[in-house]
Ligand binder design. Structure first.
Ligand SMILES: C[S@@+](CC[C@H](N)C(=O)[O-])C[C@H]1O[C@@H](n2cnc3c(N)ncnc32)[C@H](O)[C@@H]1O
Length: 290
């Protein structure tokens, strides 16, 4: 799609506009993205069209910050419309799956480090179904008797799905699923490793600092936190995906670079260790210890 002779859209969004048959929706998206206002009636028509025609965007609009969205991106969906195809093929969408893969590559290294010292107790905070730990346990630690995971989420539906997934993968005995807010959770025993993925992204720096200060109390001395945040390249390299998430579902992220995440860790009392990212560089995962 060319505007003023300049191609401002990437492959995935160009394909969306090629395949999208509704010319009015297309015209709205191309121009509204570039700042043009259309009035509330037209905006409402486009919103209705998108949520009526996309499982992905309807779910996004229905439940803010839900793991249903991330699960679609991890597993794929039978695309029902050009919008679903777009969500799955956009760089921002593929980067979510890449984040999962990056986590699953790093987690065993961290677990093995703690395992060398004794039993390992892991809390997956805001776990959704907890696919990352289910995959890692099923892949590497099915027969372990020294690793236990507690998946904590407010969303009972996600936890019930996680329990099913874990049992199917024969690691149900290694994971407890707990419905709670992790900010209020009082464990009997403190944890060696905390995982916090997909939670900080929409939060301002000060709120992240408060949140990390709170979860810090869940860790044993020497324990570590792995926490993810969306990084600035997502906004720079896939601005149309950021626009459409905001338009349909009011999803606004606070993109942070490595130094900002490091400073959040340090201001909340963690010793910054290192970071890693997904293959697109769209998410940074920080690691800090207490
Ligand atoms: C975007 S999903 C990410 C799920 C999973 N961590 C992943 O990487 O796919 C965010 C999850 O955090 C959960 N969540 C957010 N704040 C929470 C809180 N204070 N206590 C428990 N769960 C929370 C939501 O219910 C949701 O399931």
């Amino acid at each position: 799609m060319e505007t003023n002779g300049e191609n401002i859209f990437d492959g995935a969004s160009n394909k969306l506009f090629q395949d999208l048959k509704n010319e009015e929706v297309k015209e709205f998206l191309v121009n509204n993205y570039q700042g043009k206002s259309f009035g509330q009636e037209r905006e409402e028509e486009v919103y209705r069209y998108i949520v009526n025609n996309s499982v992905f965007f309807a779910s996004m609009a229905a439940q803010h910050g839900s793991s249903v969205i991330t699960e679609f991106l991890y597993e794929g969906i039978e695309p029902r419309s050009v919008f679903d195809e777009y969500a799955l093929s956009s760089k921002a969408g593929r980067a979510i799956k890449a984040r999962l893969l990056a986590m699953e590559k790093e987690l065993p290294k961290i677990i093995d480090e703690y395992r060398a010292k004794g039993n390992v107790l892991i809390a997956n905070l805001g776990s959704g179904p907890g696919r990352d730990m289910i995959d890692v346990l099923a892949e590497k630690y099915k027969d372990a008797s020294d690793i236990k995971v507690v998946s904590i989420d407010k969303d009972m539906t996600a936890l019930r799905r996680g329990k099913r997934m874990a049992e199917i993968r024969k690691v149900g005995h290694l994971i407890d699923f707990v419905q709670a807010s992790f900010t209020r959770y009082e464990p009997k025993e403190k944890f060696d490793i905390l995982i916090l993925v997909g939670v900080l992204c929409p939060l301002k720096t000060e709120v992240c600092i408060e949140l990390l200060r709170t979860v810090r109390n869940l860790l044993k001395p020497g324990g570590c936190l792995i926490a993810s945040n969306v990084a600035k390249p997502m906004l720079q390299e896939d601005p149309f995906a950021c626009y459409i998430m905001n338009f349909v579902a009011d999803w606004k992220f606070v993109y942070k670079d490595e130094n900002e995440l490091k400073s959040i860790f340090e201001k909340s009392g963690f010793n910054w260790k290192r970071s890693f990212s997904d293959e697109f560089g769209f998410h940074i995962m920080g690691i800090g210890t207490v």
